[in-house]
Each structure stands twice: as structure tokens, then as C-alpha cells.
Write a protein of this length. Structure first.
Length: 62
């Protein structure tokens, strides 16, 4: 199927890609976020900035 991955239309596919990148089943992804004791701030306006921010924070070991 065809999916629009531009801006807000791509939010679901963005979450799916990030879960896959972290080797977490998408069905468990939200549970990890809900259980986080020290959530890391990630840019939330745009999936492109969020992904860049996530990679940077992971490189820092956060």
C-alpha cells in the first residue's frame, strides 16, 4: 500500500521505524515510554527533528 510519510501524516510510520531501529516490537513501544523513569526530552514539532534528536541522545548514552 502507499503511505504518505510527509509531516503529521507520517507520524505512525515514524514510530514504527523508530521501534524497529531500537529492536522493540511496535506493540510494546508505548509501554516502554509509559514506564520510563527519566524520560529524555525529544524535539516534538517534526519527525525529522525528532529522529535527529533521538539519534544524538542515544549517542550520548541517554
Amino acid at each position: 500500500f502507499a503511505m504518505n510519510t510527509v509531516c503529521a501524516a507520517g507520524t505512525g510510520s515514524f514510530l514504527d521505524q523508530q521501534a524497529s531501529r531500537l529492536c522493540i516490537p511496535i506493540e510494546e513501544f508505548g509501554g516502554y515510554a509509559a514506564k520510563a523513569r527519566n524520560p529524555v526530552r525529544i524535539a516534538g514539532r517534526c519527525a525529522v527533528f525528532a529522529e535527529s534528536d533521538m539519534i544524538h541522545k542515544q549517542q550520548l548514552g541517554l
